[in-house]
Design a protein. Structure first.
Lengths: 383, 471
């Protein structure tokens, strides 16, 4: 019999699910990478996770209220996203899939803008170059190639291995366990490895590719995928924000210094449904969900904060208020999102003016007015 | 001043067009806060809890539990300013808005036509529009003699304005080429009412012509007493039939039955059995203090007999995995009990029934039936069954040839128990007799196995003491 793919590989962990720091010889190097995170920094990580979770639950409610067409929750994966996102430098560039709300938050994207896509009023929602955070990619795994190509571009721009911490740049791409079955991810690993591209392939193994368990994606722990391509690989407790931070920091440093790619498997759990269109109770047990609820990333950090006297009641109350305010702002903002004029689809075809596009735009405007008698033809998806 | 806000049924999945109201978590007069769960709905995909978008007091529930409504139809009215001063003249103001909603069957309003307000997917604008519009008296002034109005179904208190357009119903976008539009105009056909068959929901020339001809042929007589009696569905143009879309539980039942009947070759074997001793045991258990809080029925003993027989013939507790070309033998028994519920047939199962003692099994059956009757059986309750009992006897039926629950290899039909003359110890006696029928999947269960299994079930029912030997 084969062993279960989730067993049999060492896991970097700095804080146990019970909120106790782990001190072993093996994790000494990683402990050093978080040694500078003082009480205030830990509270900031906690705040990030709480706000992102609030965003997540609010967006889920908004979908159920008919305000969003669809939503993909990041519930349970906050530590993997915040830990890795906060390890990035401003010049680093991230390529997310569609569940990386935590990373979006760390890159300074207004979380309300993330919901433009899910409301169906925009294909993106933010300016990627303003945040060094690419648009969400819905096609599974294709962006790992974009990220690898971008990283090769970074290499050719001479932004790797200069020793200047404000210049050396790394790229991170986020994908899930299901994406590892896609050819694109394998291709990305090949190109990243042979070109020594400064890219971190960050796999959040949340154990479910919609309804398919990891055991249907792989016979070995996913972390061993990297070895096969000659890419240094590390497996981290994805619900341990400090470990995720440390592991990503190490990988980013390797990339920026010219050491090439790293494959990270963040072992976590998708606590919610795949999307609001999914019903996980059809394919997984309540017992499994309970097991992972005990390993919640936010609860874990809360226990650590309390045990290290870094918890502050008035701060916690403020955070609660901030989070409620975020919920309210999201509700109002989202309800205010209206459909853009259909002519706007011509706006982003070319960076500069283009005669053919202009002609087509003019024709389309005329075509739309011809529907005036049918009533409401031009109103698009407004509600 | 009270401010009434309506919450319309959202598309909880991608491109879903309707859902059934399963359970209201709030009642009129309850206070609700934003994101508080107010209702549970069942879509084609799953059971979903909907959170309130408002804070306030529930002033009206517009749709009854068990009713299926289209996406976009208002389902609840919340007063978001209940503390506000009453309106100066308490006339129509508070009542006006909710009253405009047909409380009994809101799908009649043309808001149904705008179920295309889904953000994702293709919606079903055309079909909803075409049939339903035609039924409303406004849309089709019928000949005086033709009783097109639904007779008893229409609630007496329905406000006059009820079946008209909802306040904010959106205009429907009809796709048609200009020559087709002109043809429609010439023929006096309202494009919004035409059933579109073209690609992407485009109304074609043929559609317009067909609709026009349909309109001309509509005046066929309907005899008195033959009026439509269903509250749902659409009446055909000649008024002689009602067509109800297949959905929800009915749809899933149909799919499961077809999948099962046409993939698993069914064989059914029968046995008539004297269950007098089982009836005595049931009588004793009903007096047993341990069983005081549960209902003891012959079904319980049958379930136990079935578990004992599975224990002796574990090969029957299996399923055929066509994809893998493998037979999957289960080491556990999730015992399904078919239940007729207000929402249709559901087959929830008792998880790990083989590990339960008789009392535990009795509780399991009680929980399962109570949940099913309340219409709250979850997909998880119904998944991963391994073998099933269908108790057709409760309808007074002797027996039947049950169709397998998909993914299982055997199903037992348990017939009515009657007192009958029966040869007992060489004499004709009045005995309690029933019939058992076992259908099995002949791909993996041979006649010998199926027959032995059924004989063992019968053996325990005939003499429950046999359970001691096999337990």
């Amino acid at each position: 019999m084969n062993q279960h793919p989730d067993e049999g590989a060492p896991l970097v962990q700095l804080v146990t699910p019970e909120g106790v720091r782990v001190t072993t010889d093996e994790n000494a190097a990683y402990r050093e990478r978080v040694a500078h995170l003082d009480a205030a920094a830990l509270r900031d990580l906690y705040r990030d996770m709480v706000l992102v979770r609030r965003f997540d639950t609010e967006a889920t409610s908004l979908q159920r209220q008919g305000e969003l067409g669809l939503f993909a929750q990041s519930l349970g994966q906050e530590a993997a996203q915040i830990g890795s996102g906060r390890a990035m430098a401003p010049q680093d560039y991230a390529f997310p899939s569609y569940r990386e709300h935590g990373v979006a938050h760390t890159r300074g994207v207004d979380l309300a803008d993330v919901l433009r896509l899910f409301r169906g009023v925009d294909h993106g929602g933010w300016d990627p170059t303003a945040h060094n955070f690419h648009l969400y990619t819905l096609v599974i795994g294709s962006h790992t190639l974009h990220a690898t190509g971008y990283a090769m571009g970074v290499q050719r721009d001479g932004l790797v291995g200069t020793g200047d911490p404000e210049r050396d740049t790394a790229v991170v791409t986020y994908f899930g366990d299901g994406a590892t079955s896609q050819g694109d991810v394998s291709e990305a690993l090949v190109f990243a490895a042979v070109n020594n591209a400064p890219v971190v392939l960050f796999c959040q193994n949340n154990q479910w590719a919609i309804s398919e368990p990891t055991s249907k994606q792989t016979r070995v722990p996913l972390v061993r995928r990297g070895d096969g391509f000659g890419v240094p690989s590390v497996r981290v407790d994805g619900n341990d924000v400090l470990a995720c931070y440390a592991v990503t920091a190490e990988a980013l440093e390797r990339a920026r210094s010219g050491g090439g790619p790293t494959f990270v498997e963040a072992y976590t759990y998708r606590m919610g449904a795949h999307t609001t269109s999914d019903d996980p109770s059809r394919y997984r047990s309540a017992a499994q969900e309970d097991y992972w609820r005990q390993r919640d990333p936010i609860d874990r950090l809360a226990v650590l904060l309390r045990s290290e006297d870094a918890w502050d009641e008035s701060w916690a109350a403020d955070l609660q208020a901030e989070s409620d305010a975020l919920g309210e702002r999201l509700r109002e903002t989202v309800r205010g999102f209206t459909a853009p004029p259909s002519s706007s689809m011509f706006d982003h075809v070319y960076a500069s003016e283009h005669a053919t596009v202009a002609a087509e735009q003019a024709w389309f405007a005329e075509y739309e007015t011809s529907f005036a008698d049918a009533g409401g033809a031009a109103q698009g998806g407004a509600r | 001043m009270p401010t009434f806000e309506q919450f319309k049924l959202p598309d909880a999945g991608e491109g879903l067009t309707e859902a059934e109201i399963v359970h209201w978590h709030v009642a009129v007069g309850d206070e609700v806060t934003v994101n508080q769960t107010i209702v549970e709905i069942e879509t084609a995909k799953s059971l979903v809890e909907l959170p309130s978008p408002f804070t306030g007091v529930v002033s009206e529930l517009l749709v009854a539990e068990g009713t299926t409504v289209d996406v976009g139809v208002p389902i609840i009215v919340v007063d978001t300013d209940p503390g506000g001063a009453a309106p100066a003249a308490p006339v129509a103001a508070p009542a006006a808005e909710p009253a405009a909603v047909p409380a009994e069957k809101p799908a009649d309003g043309s808001a149904a036509a705008s179920s295309g307000s889904v953000l994702v997917g293709y919606g079903t604008v055309e079909q909803g529009t075409a049939r339903r519009r035609r039924r409303t008296p406004e849309a089709q002034p019928a000949p005086a003699s033709a009783p097109t109005e639904r007779p008893a179904a229409a609630p007496a208190a329905l406000p006059a304005a009820a079946p008209t357009v909802l306040p904010d119903a959106r205009a429907v976008v009809v796709l048609a080429k200009p020559p087709v539009r002109k043809l429609a105009k010439d023929l006096g056909v309202d494009l919004a009412g035409v059933h579109a068959t073209g690609p992407g929901g485009i109304v074609t020339r043929e559609d317009v012509v067909a609709h026009h001809e349909l309109g001309e042929a509509r005046s066929l007589a309907t005899y008195e007493g033959d009026e439509p009696w269903l509250q749902s569905g659409g009446v055909t143009p000649d008024g002689r039939q009602t067509r109800v879309p297949v959905k929800s539980v009915r749809k899933r039942t149909a799919e499961a039955m077809v999948a099962s009947a046409f993939t698993a070759p069914h064989v059914t074997v029968f046995q008539t059995v004297d269950v007098t001793r089982t009836m005595k045991l049931v009588g004793k258990l009903r007096e047993d203090r341990e069983f005081a809080d549960v209902r003891v029925t012959p079904l319980l003993v049958t379930a136990k007999a079935m578990l004992l027989a599975v224990n002796r013939h574990p090969e029957i507790n299996a399923s055929w995995d066509d994809e893998a070309r493998e037979i999957v033998y289960k080491h556990y028994v999730n015992l399904g009990i078919a239940a007729a519920t207000p929402r249709g047939l559901v087959v929830p199962n008792i998880k790990d029934a083989h590990r339960l003692d008789l009392l535990g099994l009795a509780r399991g059956i009680a929980d399962l039936t109570a949940t099913a009757r309340a219409g709250r059986t979850s997909p998880r309750d119904m998944s991963d069954g391994t073998i099933t009992i269908t108790n057709v006897g409760v309808f007074g039926i002797d027996t039947g040839t049950p169709i397998l629950n998909p993914g299982e290899a055997a199903i037992l039909a348990f017939g009515a128990i009657r007192q009958q003359p029966w040869v007992h110890k060489g004499k004709i006696r009045k005995r309690w007799v029933t019939q058992l029928a076992l259908s099995f999947d002949h791909r993996l269960v041979d006649g010998a196995l199926g027959s032995r299994f059924l004989a063992d079930v019968a053996r325990v029912l005939e003499d429950p003491a046999q359970g001691l030997v096999w337990g």
